[in-house]
Write a protein that binds this ligand. Structure first.
Ligand code: NAP
Length: 314
């Protein structure tokens, strides 16, 4: 029987795997997708992250690569099994039987780090949206927008971060948001003006014009209903994500998993950390998720080795 099965190989799962190795736990990591990295690798690999300790900025993929290198550098790294989904788990004597899409595993503890679960970007919602090839929901290669005119939709951190990044190479960057106030960090919003990003608020996209590619977008002012049209080479949609709810047999708060002390769920010895975990004071942020991994893995080590003198630093 394994000590731990970690479900999800996003940043929090990868770091938890490194910590599990440091604690000399025997286990494995299951990742439903064919690549590691979760949202960071799938949705915004080139996005700069600016609030991680020790990095002035690092791309999302750069951070995943660093976590992977750290995880692999351990003498006993937990294997990461890609394309393996957790289907269900049930209690057995001394632990759990975990059923995956590729067989079963017996483990004493489970750590869920499934983030947003199966997620997909929220679309604009216009009828012809899917027929255009230059409506982008995940920026993977920013270099192709050199000297282009781009429209970025949304007012959250993703939209503002993309606007700032693309302003470095694009000819013209519009950011189009339905409210005058941005949801993103105020320091990043302040940079929009410095970098020459054109803010169009409070506007929503009412029409997409073009054949195979969008060549212009019609915008409608939310307050005045005034309509204007801007020419674009590409449209980037940052309306957040919609995620499929988890189906794990644990107590939930909305779509997330309720956790208590040590990030334990309503099922003893099943833990949840990162974006999937919910508790009073929760901040959905990579750094706080990494901290949750430290607490959960230390607790799991105590459960597996009740008499061990566990170091709290290395
Ligand atoms: P988000 O915070 O949910 O923002 C989505 C934006 O899209 C909001 O401004 C929202 O408008 C707008 N929106 C949603 N549906 C819309 C619709 N149908 N029509 C028009 N506008 C619509 O998503 P996100 O920016 O991807 O960020 C997700 C989470 O990751 C957040 O917690 C964010 O702070 C975090 N994040 C952090 C960083 C960073 O720290 N650098 C970077 C990226 C993401 P309203 O504002 O009016 O609701």
């Amino acid at each position: 029987m394994k000590d731990i099965v970690i479900v999800g190989a996003g940043p929090i799962g990868l770091y938890a795997a490194t910590l599990a190795s440091l604690h000399e736990l025997d286990g494995e990591v299951l990742e439903g997708q064919e690549i590691i990295g979760g949202q960071l690798s799938n949705l915004y690999p080139e996005k700069d992250i600016i609030d991680l300790p020790g990095y002035k900025k690092i791309t999302a993929q750069g951070f995943i690569d660093a976590l992977k290198a750290q995880q692999e550098s351990r003498p006993n790294p937990l294997p990461i099994r890609l394309g393996v989904e957790l289907k269900e788990f049930k209690k057995i004597d001394g632990g759990f039987e975990v059923t995956t899409s590729k067989g079963t595993i017996e483990t004493r503890t489970i750590l869920l780090t499934t983030g947003m679960g199966v997620f997909s970007p929220r679309k604009i919602g216009l009828p012809n949206e899917d027929s255009f090839s230059n409506i982008i929901y995940a920026l993977k290669d920013k270099s192709q927008y050199k000297d282009k005119t781009v429209a970025i939709l949304g007012g959250g951190d993703s939209a503002v971060d993309w606007a700032l990044m693309l302003s470095e190479i694009a000819k013209k960057v519009y950011i189009i948001h339905r409210r005058n106030e941005f949801r993103a960090q105020s320091s990043s919003v302040a940079e929009l003006d410095q970098k020459g990003v054109i803010k169009l608020t409070p506007y929503v996209v009412s029409k997409l014009n073009g054949e195979k590619e969008v060549t212009s977008v019609e915008l409608s002012n939310v307050d005045t209903k005034e309509v204007k049209t801007i020419d674009v080479d590409a449209v980037f949609v940052n309306y957040g994500m919609v995620s499929a709810p988890t189906s794990f047999p644990v107590e939930k708060i909305g779509p997330n998993i309720k956790v208590g002390a040590f990030y334990m769920t309503s099922v003893e010895n099943v833990f949840a950390i990162g974006n999937i975990a919910q508790y009073d004071g929760k901040v959905k942020n990579i750094t706080s998720g990494l901290g949750e991994a430290v607490t959960a893995i230390t607790k799991i080590d105590q459960i597996i080795h009740p008499n061990k003198n566990i170091p709290v630093h290395y």
